[in-house]
Ligand binder design. Sequence first.
Ligand code: PLP
Length: 365
Amino acid sequence: MTHRDPVLMGPGPCNPYPEVMEAYARPVLGHLDPDFIALMDEVGDRLRQVFQTTNQLTFAVSGTGSAGMEAAFVNFVGPGDTVVVGVNGVFGGRMCDVAARCGAEVVRVDAPWGAPIDPNDLIDAHPSPKMIAVVHAETSTGVRNDLATLGAKKGDALLLADCVTSLGGIDLRIDEWGVDIAYSGTQKCLGVPPGLAPLTVSDRALTHLRETPQSWYLDLNMIAKYVTGGDGARAYHHTAPISSLYGIHAGLGALLDEGLEASFARHQAVGDALQAGLVDRGFELFAAEGNRLPQLTSVWVPEDRLPDGATEADVRRSLLLDYGVEIGGGLGDLAGKGWRIGLMGHTARMRNVQLLLASLDDILV
Ligand code: PLP
Protein backbone atom coordinates (compact mmCIF):
# COMPACT_ATOMS: atom_id res chain seq x y z
CA MET A 1 0.00 0.00 0.00
CA THR A 2 1.27 3.47 -0.81
CA HIS A 3 1.02 6.29 1.69
CA ARG A 4 -0.10 9.59 0.25
CA ASP A 5 0.27 13.01 1.83
CA PRO A 6 -2.66 15.13 0.63
CA VAL A 7 -3.39 18.70 1.67
CA LEU A 8 -6.46 18.18 3.83
CA MET A 9 -8.93 20.94 2.94
CA GLY A 10 -12.08 19.01 3.74
CA PRO A 11 -14.33 19.53 6.78
CA GLY A 12 -11.75 17.77 8.97
CA PRO A 13 -9.33 16.27 9.65
CA CYS A 14 -6.85 19.00 8.76
CA ASN A 15 -3.11 18.52 8.35
CA PRO A 16 -1.56 18.36 11.83
CA TYR A 17 1.20 20.74 12.92
CA PRO A 18 4.63 19.10 12.33
CA GLU A 19 5.50 19.29 16.05
CA VAL A 20 2.33 17.30 16.79
CA MET A 21 3.46 14.37 14.67
CA GLU A 22 6.91 14.56 16.25
CA ALA A 23 5.23 14.28 19.64
CA TYR A 24 3.33 11.16 18.54
CA ALA A 25 6.68 9.46 17.88
CA ARG A 26 7.90 9.83 21.49
CA PRO A 27 8.22 6.70 23.70
CA VAL A 28 4.99 5.67 25.40
CA LEU A 29 4.84 6.24 29.17
CA GLY A 30 2.54 4.49 31.64
CA HIS A 31 -0.75 6.27 32.31
CA LEU A 32 0.20 6.79 35.98
CA ASP A 33 3.83 7.76 35.29
CA PRO A 34 4.52 11.07 37.06
CA ASP A 35 5.82 12.64 33.85
CA PHE A 36 2.66 11.65 32.02
CA ILE A 37 0.46 12.99 34.82
CA ALA A 38 2.38 16.29 34.61
CA LEU A 39 1.80 16.39 30.85
CA MET A 40 -1.91 15.71 31.33
CA ASP A 41 -2.10 18.56 33.85
CA GLU A 42 -0.46 20.84 31.30
CA VAL A 43 -3.00 19.76 28.68
CA GLY A 44 -5.72 20.87 31.12
CA ASP A 45 -3.99 24.23 31.68
CA ARG A 46 -3.57 24.77 27.96
CA LEU A 47 -7.17 23.81 27.23
CA ARG A 48 -8.36 26.30 29.85
CA GLN A 49 -6.46 29.04 28.02
CA VAL A 50 -7.85 28.04 24.63
CA PHE A 51 -11.43 27.67 25.92
CA GLN A 52 -10.93 30.97 27.82
CA THR A 53 -12.20 29.47 31.06
CA THR A 54 -11.15 28.80 34.63
CA ASN A 55 -13.27 25.63 34.82
CA GLN A 56 -11.35 23.06 36.84
CA LEU A 57 -12.91 20.12 35.02
CA THR A 58 -11.30 20.75 31.64
CA PHE A 59 -9.62 17.80 29.92
CA ALA A 60 -9.50 15.71 26.76
CA VAL A 61 -12.11 12.93 26.60
CA SER A 62 -10.82 9.70 25.02
CA GLY A 63 -12.58 9.48 21.67
CA THR A 64 -13.50 11.81 18.82
CA GLY A 65 -15.80 14.83 18.95
CA SER A 66 -18.88 12.62 19.14
CA ALA A 67 -17.54 11.12 22.40
CA GLY A 68 -17.41 14.68 23.72
CA MET A 69 -21.02 15.14 22.62
CA GLU A 70 -22.11 11.93 24.37
CA ALA A 71 -20.21 12.86 27.53
CA ALA A 72 -21.82 16.30 27.55
CA PHE A 73 -25.35 14.88 27.42
CA VAL A 74 -25.18 11.59 29.28
CA ASN A 75 -23.69 13.14 32.42
CA PHE A 76 -26.26 15.91 32.75
CA VAL A 77 -29.61 14.86 31.30
CA GLY A 78 -31.87 11.86 31.70
CA PRO A 79 -35.53 10.85 31.65
CA GLY A 80 -37.82 13.71 32.68
CA ASP A 81 -35.41 16.45 31.59
CA THR A 82 -36.27 18.84 28.77
CA VAL A 83 -33.50 19.75 26.35
CA VAL A 84 -33.93 22.51 23.78
CA VAL A 85 -31.71 21.86 20.76
CA GLY A 86 -31.00 24.25 17.89
CA VAL A 87 -30.78 22.53 14.52
CA ASN A 88 -29.44 24.22 11.39
CA GLY A 89 -27.31 21.39 10.12
CA VAL A 90 -26.20 17.80 10.63
CA PHE A 91 -24.59 18.21 14.01
CA GLY A 92 -27.56 19.90 15.67
CA GLY A 93 -29.54 16.90 14.43
CA ARG A 94 -27.00 14.53 16.00
CA MET A 95 -27.38 16.36 19.32
CA CYS A 96 -31.16 15.68 19.23
CA ASP A 97 -30.46 11.99 18.68
CA VAL A 98 -27.96 11.78 21.55
CA ALA A 99 -30.21 13.71 23.96
CA ALA A 100 -33.20 11.50 23.07
CA ARG A 101 -31.14 8.36 23.70
CA CYS A 102 -30.46 9.72 27.20
CA GLY A 103 -34.23 9.67 27.69
CA ALA A 104 -34.60 13.46 27.60
CA GLU A 105 -37.59 15.19 26.09
CA VAL A 106 -36.14 17.02 23.10
CA VAL A 107 -37.59 20.33 21.96
CA ARG A 108 -36.11 20.81 18.53
CA VAL A 109 -35.81 24.34 17.12
CA ASP A 110 -35.04 24.32 13.41
CA ALA A 111 -33.59 27.11 11.29
CA PRO A 112 -32.89 26.88 7.57
CA TRP A 113 -29.54 25.32 6.73
CA GLY A 114 -27.17 28.11 5.74
CA ALA A 115 -28.81 30.60 8.15
CA PRO A 116 -27.93 31.12 11.83
CA ILE A 117 -30.36 30.15 14.60
CA ASP A 118 -32.03 33.14 16.27
CA PRO A 119 -31.05 32.75 19.96
CA ASN A 120 -34.44 34.12 21.02
CA ASP A 121 -36.16 31.19 19.28
CA LEU A 122 -34.21 28.85 21.56
CA ILE A 123 -34.95 30.91 24.66
CA ASP A 124 -38.67 31.08 23.81
CA ALA A 125 -38.97 27.37 22.94
CA HIS A 126 -39.65 26.19 26.52
CA PRO A 127 -40.20 28.04 29.83
CA SER A 128 -37.85 25.93 31.99
CA PRO A 129 -35.58 23.54 30.10
CA LYS A 130 -32.82 21.68 31.90
CA MET A 131 -30.47 22.44 29.03
CA ILE A 132 -30.18 24.50 25.86
CA ALA A 133 -27.81 22.97 23.31
CA VAL A 134 -26.41 24.51 20.14
CA VAL A 135 -23.58 24.02 17.67
CA HIS A 136 -21.24 27.02 17.65
CA ALA A 137 -19.73 26.32 14.21
CA GLU A 138 -21.90 24.08 11.98
CA THR A 139 -19.44 22.14 9.85
CA SER A 140 -22.19 20.92 7.55
CA THR A 141 -23.08 24.45 6.41
CA GLY A 142 -20.26 26.83 7.39
CA VAL A 143 -22.51 28.88 9.69
CA ARG A 144 -21.63 30.39 13.09
CA ASN A 145 -24.37 30.42 15.72
CA ASP A 146 -24.45 33.06 18.45
CA LEU A 147 -23.55 31.82 21.94
CA ALA A 148 -23.15 35.08 23.86
CA THR A 149 -26.84 36.05 23.62
CA LEU A 150 -27.89 32.57 24.70
CA GLY A 151 -25.56 32.73 27.68
CA ALA A 152 -27.01 36.08 28.72
CA LYS A 153 -30.64 34.89 28.45
CA LYS A 154 -30.44 31.21 29.44
CA GLY A 155 -31.86 31.67 32.97
CA ASP A 156 -31.48 28.47 35.01
CA ALA A 157 -30.87 26.29 31.99
CA LEU A 158 -27.45 24.78 31.35
CA LEU A 159 -25.96 26.07 28.10
CA LEU A 160 -24.19 23.34 26.13
CA ALA A 161 -22.09 24.29 23.10
CA ASP A 162 -20.60 22.06 20.41
CA CYS A 163 -17.26 23.73 19.71
CA VAL A 164 -15.77 20.97 17.55
CA THR A 165 -15.06 23.26 14.60
CA SER A 166 -14.80 26.58 16.45
CA LEU A 167 -12.14 25.95 19.12
CA GLY A 168 -8.88 27.61 18.11
CA GLY A 169 -10.28 29.00 14.84
CA ILE A 170 -12.74 31.70 15.93
CA ASP A 171 -13.38 33.62 19.13
CA LEU A 172 -14.84 31.43 21.88
CA ARG A 173 -15.20 32.70 25.46
CA ILE A 174 -16.63 30.02 27.69
CA ASP A 175 -16.70 32.01 30.94
CA GLU A 176 -17.54 35.45 29.55
CA TRP A 177 -20.38 34.09 27.43
CA GLY A 178 -21.85 31.89 30.17
CA VAL A 179 -21.36 28.53 28.44
CA ASP A 180 -21.72 25.74 31.04
CA ILE A 181 -20.54 22.72 29.08
CA ALA A 182 -18.54 22.68 25.85
CA TYR A 183 -16.77 19.98 23.88
CA SER A 184 -14.53 20.01 20.84
CA GLY A 185 -12.43 17.72 18.66
CA THR A 186 -8.73 17.67 17.94
CA GLN A 187 -8.81 17.31 14.15
CA LYS A 188 -10.16 20.75 13.23
CA CYS A 189 -8.67 24.10 14.25
CA LEU A 190 -6.39 22.55 16.90
CA GLY A 191 -4.25 20.98 14.17
CA VAL A 192 -4.04 17.53 15.78
CA PRO A 193 -5.16 14.14 14.37
CA PRO A 194 -8.62 12.87 15.38
CA GLY A 195 -8.91 10.92 18.62
CA LEU A 196 -9.64 13.24 21.54
CA ALA A 197 -12.53 15.49 22.53
CA PRO A 198 -11.58 18.47 24.71
CA LEU A 199 -14.33 19.07 27.27
CA THR A 200 -14.91 21.83 29.80
CA VAL A 201 -17.58 21.85 32.54
CA SER A 202 -18.48 24.79 34.78
CA ASP A 203 -18.82 24.43 38.55
CA ARG A 204 -22.52 25.28 38.17
CA ALA A 205 -22.97 22.40 35.71
CA LEU A 206 -21.15 20.07 38.12
CA THR A 207 -23.93 20.59 40.67
CA HIS A 208 -26.21 18.91 38.08
CA LEU A 209 -23.87 15.97 37.43
CA ARG A 210 -25.84 12.71 37.42
CA GLU A 211 -24.69 10.28 40.08
CA THR A 212 -24.71 7.19 37.88
CA PRO A 213 -24.85 8.20 34.23
CA GLN A 214 -25.93 5.50 31.85
CA SER A 215 -22.44 5.38 30.25
CA TRP A 216 -19.70 3.80 32.36
CA TYR A 217 -16.91 4.80 29.96
CA LEU A 218 -17.89 8.48 29.89
CA ASP A 219 -18.86 8.81 33.58
CA LEU A 220 -17.36 12.16 34.63
CA ASN A 221 -17.57 11.27 38.33
CA MET A 222 -15.00 8.53 37.78
CA ILE A 223 -12.95 10.17 35.02
CA ALA A 224 -12.47 13.33 37.09
CA LYS A 225 -10.65 11.29 39.75
CA TYR A 226 -8.07 10.35 37.14
CA VAL A 227 -7.73 13.58 35.15
CA THR A 228 -7.79 16.05 38.04
CA GLY A 229 -6.77 13.82 40.96
CA GLY A 230 -9.80 14.99 42.95
CA ASP A 231 -9.17 14.84 46.70
CA GLY A 232 -6.60 12.06 46.61
CA ALA A 233 -4.30 10.09 44.33
CA ARG A 234 -5.09 9.53 40.65
CA ALA A 235 -7.38 6.57 40.30
CA TYR A 236 -7.25 4.40 37.19
CA HIS A 237 -10.47 4.51 35.19
CA HIS A 238 -9.45 3.59 31.65
CA THR A 239 -6.03 3.59 30.02
CA ALA A 240 -5.37 7.07 28.68
CA PRO A 241 -4.49 7.24 24.95
CA ILE A 242 -0.94 8.30 25.77
CA SER A 243 0.36 9.25 22.32
CA SER A 244 -2.79 11.19 21.46
CA LEU A 245 -2.27 13.23 24.61
CA TYR A 246 1.33 13.95 23.55
CA GLY A 247 -0.17 15.15 20.28
CA ILE A 248 -2.75 17.51 21.76
CA HIS A 249 -0.16 18.83 24.23
CA ALA A 250 2.06 19.80 21.29
CA GLY A 251 -0.83 21.16 19.21
CA LEU A 252 -2.07 23.37 22.02
CA GLY A 253 1.52 24.50 22.55
CA ALA A 254 1.77 25.54 18.89
CA LEU A 255 -1.54 27.39 19.11
CA LEU A 256 -0.64 29.24 22.31
CA ASP A 257 2.84 30.11 21.01
CA GLU A 258 1.18 31.71 18.01
CA GLY A 259 -1.43 33.35 20.26
CA LEU A 260 -5.20 32.91 20.14
CA GLU A 261 -5.85 36.26 18.49
CA ALA A 262 -3.18 35.60 15.87
CA SER A 263 -4.69 32.19 15.13
CA PHE A 264 -8.17 33.69 14.73
CA ALA A 265 -6.73 36.39 12.43
CA ARG A 266 -4.91 33.78 10.33
CA HIS A 267 -8.07 31.68 9.93
CA GLN A 268 -10.04 34.82 9.01
CA ALA A 269 -7.48 36.00 6.45
CA VAL A 270 -7.28 32.69 4.59
CA GLY A 271 -11.06 32.17 4.77
CA ASP A 272 -11.64 35.65 3.30
CA ALA A 273 -9.12 35.02 0.53
CA LEU A 274 -10.64 31.65 -0.36
CA GLN A 275 -14.21 32.98 -0.36
CA ALA A 276 -13.25 35.97 -2.54
CA GLY A 277 -11.34 33.70 -4.93
CA LEU A 278 -14.28 31.32 -5.27
CA VAL A 279 -16.77 34.13 -5.88
CA ASP A 280 -14.43 35.50 -8.58
CA ARG A 281 -14.64 32.10 -10.25
CA GLY A 282 -18.44 31.96 -10.30
CA PHE A 283 -19.09 30.01 -7.10
CA GLU A 284 -21.93 31.13 -4.83
CA LEU A 285 -21.40 31.12 -1.07
CA PHE A 286 -24.00 29.11 0.87
CA ALA A 287 -23.72 30.47 4.41
CA ALA A 288 -25.47 33.71 5.31
CA GLU A 289 -23.29 36.81 5.23
CA GLY A 290 -22.34 37.97 8.73
CA ASN A 291 -22.34 34.42 10.12
CA ARG A 292 -19.89 32.82 7.70
CA LEU A 293 -17.13 30.75 9.19
CA PRO A 294 -13.65 31.43 7.83
CA GLN A 295 -12.47 27.88 8.62
CA LEU A 296 -15.29 26.13 6.71
CA THR A 297 -16.54 27.50 3.42
CA SER A 298 -19.64 26.01 1.80
CA VAL A 299 -20.33 26.83 -1.84
CA TRP A 300 -22.64 26.01 -4.71
CA VAL A 301 -20.55 24.75 -7.63
CA PRO A 302 -21.29 26.56 -10.94
CA GLU A 303 -22.45 23.78 -13.26
CA ASP A 304 -21.41 25.65 -16.40
CA ARG A 305 -17.79 25.54 -15.23
CA LEU A 306 -17.63 21.74 -14.89
CA PRO A 307 -15.70 19.96 -17.68
CA ASP A 308 -17.93 18.34 -20.29
CA GLY A 309 -19.80 15.38 -18.77
CA ALA A 310 -18.12 15.73 -15.37
CA THR A 311 -19.90 15.99 -12.02
CA GLU A 312 -18.76 17.95 -9.00
CA ALA A 313 -17.63 14.61 -7.51
CA ASP A 314 -15.38 14.03 -10.54
CA VAL A 315 -13.73 17.39 -9.90
CA ARG A 316 -13.18 16.55 -6.23
CA ARG A 317 -11.68 13.23 -7.24
CA SER A 318 -9.33 14.91 -9.69
CA LEU A 319 -8.34 17.47 -7.05
CA LEU A 320 -7.45 14.63 -4.69
CA LEU A 321 -5.73 12.24 -7.08
CA ASP A 322 -4.15 14.60 -9.60
CA TYR A 323 -3.43 17.63 -7.41
CA GLY A 324 -3.18 16.13 -3.90
CA VAL A 325 -5.89 18.36 -2.43
CA GLU A 326 -8.84 16.93 -0.49
CA ILE A 327 -12.05 18.94 -0.20
CA GLY A 328 -15.47 17.81 1.06
CA GLY A 329 -18.76 17.22 -0.71
CA GLY A 330 -21.92 19.06 0.26
CA LEU A 331 -24.57 17.82 2.69
CA GLY A 332 -28.33 18.42 2.65
CA ASP A 333 -29.33 20.73 -0.22
CA LEU A 334 -25.65 21.00 -1.19
CA ALA A 335 -25.29 17.22 -1.74
CA GLY A 336 -24.15 16.65 -5.32
CA LYS A 337 -24.24 20.40 -5.96
CA GLY A 338 -21.82 21.97 -3.55
CA TRP A 339 -18.59 21.66 -1.63
CA ARG A 340 -17.32 22.20 1.86
CA ILE A 341 -13.77 23.48 2.03
CA GLY A 342 -11.87 23.58 5.29
CA LEU A 343 -8.99 25.82 6.28
CA MET A 344 -8.31 24.64 9.79
CA GLY A 345 -5.29 24.55 12.07
CA HIS A 346 -2.03 23.98 10.20
CA THR A 347 -3.94 23.80 6.89
CA ALA A 348 -5.11 27.41 7.31
CA ARG A 349 -2.28 28.86 5.19
CA MET A 350 -2.37 31.21 2.21
CA ARG A 351 -0.24 28.75 0.22
CA ASN A 352 -3.08 26.21 0.45
CA VAL A 353 -5.67 28.76 -0.71
CA GLN A 354 -3.49 29.46 -3.72
CA LEU A 355 -2.90 25.79 -4.40
CA LEU A 356 -6.63 25.04 -4.43
CA LEU A 357 -7.57 28.04 -6.57
CA ALA A 358 -4.78 27.33 -9.07
CA SER A 359 -5.81 23.65 -9.23
CA LEU A 360 -9.41 24.68 -9.90
CA ASP A 361 -8.24 27.03 -12.64
CA ASP A 362 -6.58 24.02 -14.25
CA ILE A 363 -9.59 21.71 -13.97
CA LEU A 364 -12.62 23.96 -14.53
CA VAL A 365 -13.66 25.25 -17.93
N1 PLP B 1 -19.83 18.35 15.88
C1 PLP B 1 -19.36 19.02 14.82
C2 PLP B 1 -19.73 20.45 14.63
C3 PLP B 1 -18.52 18.37 13.90
O1 PLP B 1 -18.06 19.03 12.85
C4 PLP B 1 -18.20 17.01 14.10
C5 PLP B 1 -17.34 16.30 13.13
O2 PLP B 1 -17.12 16.72 12.03
C6 PLP B 1 -18.71 16.36 15.22
C7 PLP B 1 -19.52 17.06 16.09
C8 PLP B 1 -18.40 14.93 15.47
O3 PLP B 1 -17.04 14.76 15.68
P1 PLP B 1 -16.30 13.40 15.30
O4 PLP B 1 -16.55 13.12 13.87
O5 PLP B 1 -14.85 13.75 15.61
O6 PLP B 1 -16.81 12.33 16.21
